[in-house]
Design a protein around this ligand. Structure first.
Ligand SMILES: NC(=O)c1ccc[n+]([C@@H]2O[C@H](COP(=O)([O-])OP(=O)(O)OC[C@H]3O[C@@H](n4cnc5c(N)ncnc54)[C@H](O)[C@@H]3O)[C@@H](O)[C@H]2O)c1
Length: 266
């Protein structure tokens, strides 16, 4: 257990991370495991989840999960609880990036919302009765759910809805002593960003203009915020969205440049 992990008081807890075979979900699973949390790595990519579980060793379990399937969701939650004897934390980090904007068909809308919104909602509903008092659900939102982007529709709508679901679930589950939060990354180094940028250096170089901190995010940045959210140190924080974006959402449309700049310094 890392020193930071011990300070957060998460040691001995048990978590499910949905989407753990992915870039961000994998980093979150690593972070929780490093903090002494037993982690169920749940993903449709069972092979990827299995590789990470083998790497992490004791206290990590890989499970096949398809968020589009009720039986798969129920089986995942039951198996995770049976393996570790408790359930304290659920992280919803799976997603699909399917989005053809306003050209998307009804089938595409359903497919995107099924994984990005409906699946996470049903996983939360299945997990909540098994999560004890002091438990936490963290949904991974996105700046995409808070700001407009030309040509996109499915992904941003799904993320905005997930951020709103977070608020509703937080007030619903507060009497059970379960906190519900979202974290919203901006551009984060991942297979999706790699396919556009090629290298982390190039991603940082281009991303610098949109992220005042001077670089794009890393999975570990998101993991750090999730660890904080899960700690009892954040025990009075619920229903909130935590930006993990290097200042991206602090900027307005003027990108932090005063009018003088836009007029060429006149
Ligand atoms: N990468 C970014 O720049 C960025 C920015 C903001 C938010 N996010 C959010 O972070 C999270 C992870 O994103 P990422 O970039 O690491 O994506 P990723 O594609 O690397 O990981 C997503 C994971 O979800 C899994 N998945 C897809 N469909 C599934 C299903 N039906 N059932 C179970 N698992 C399924 C995939 O197998 C994959 O392992 C997402 O919620 C995404 O919206 C990412």
């Amino acid at each position: 257990v890392s020193a930071a992990g011990a300070a957060l008081g998460l040691e001995g807890k048990a978590a499910i991370v949905a989407g753990a075979a992915g870039g961000v979900g994998g980093a979150i699973a690593r972070g929780l495991h490093g903090a002494g949390v037993s982690v169920t790595l749940a993903d449709r990519d069972a092979e990827g989840a299995g590789r990470l579980a083998t790497e992490l060793g004791e206290g990590a379990l890989a499970l096949d999960l398809d968020l589009r399937d009720d039986a798969s969701i129920e089986a995942c939650v039951a198996a995770a609880q049976a393996r570790f004897g408790r359930l304290d934390i659920l992280v919803n980090a799976a997603c699909v990036y399917l989005d053809r904007g306003l050209a998307s068909t009804r089938a595409e809308w359903h497919a995107a919302l099924d994984v990005n919104l409906v699946g996470p909602a049903l996983l939360l509903a299945a997990a909540a009765p098994r999560i004890g008092r002091g438990g936490v659900v963290v949904n991974v939102g996105s700046v995409g759910g808070k700001f407009a982007a030309t040509g996109r529709a499915l992904y941003p709508a799904s993320k905005a809805a997930l951020i709103q679901l977070t608020r509703n679930a937080a007030v619903t589950l507060a009497p059970q002593g379960i906190r519900v939060l979202s974290v919203s990354p901006a551009w984060t180094w991942s297979p999706a960003l790699a396919s556009l940028a090629g290298t982390p250096e190039r991603a940082d170089e281009v991303g610098r203009r949109l992220h005042p901190w001077g670089r794009v995010g890393r999975g570990e940045d998101v993991a750090g915020a999730v660890l904080l959210a899960c700690s009892d140190l954040a025990g009075f924080v619920t229903g909130a969205d935590i930006p993990v974006d290097g200042g991206f959402s602090a900027l307005g449309p003027d990108q932090g440049r005063p009018p003088r700049d836009w007029f060429g310094g006149e």
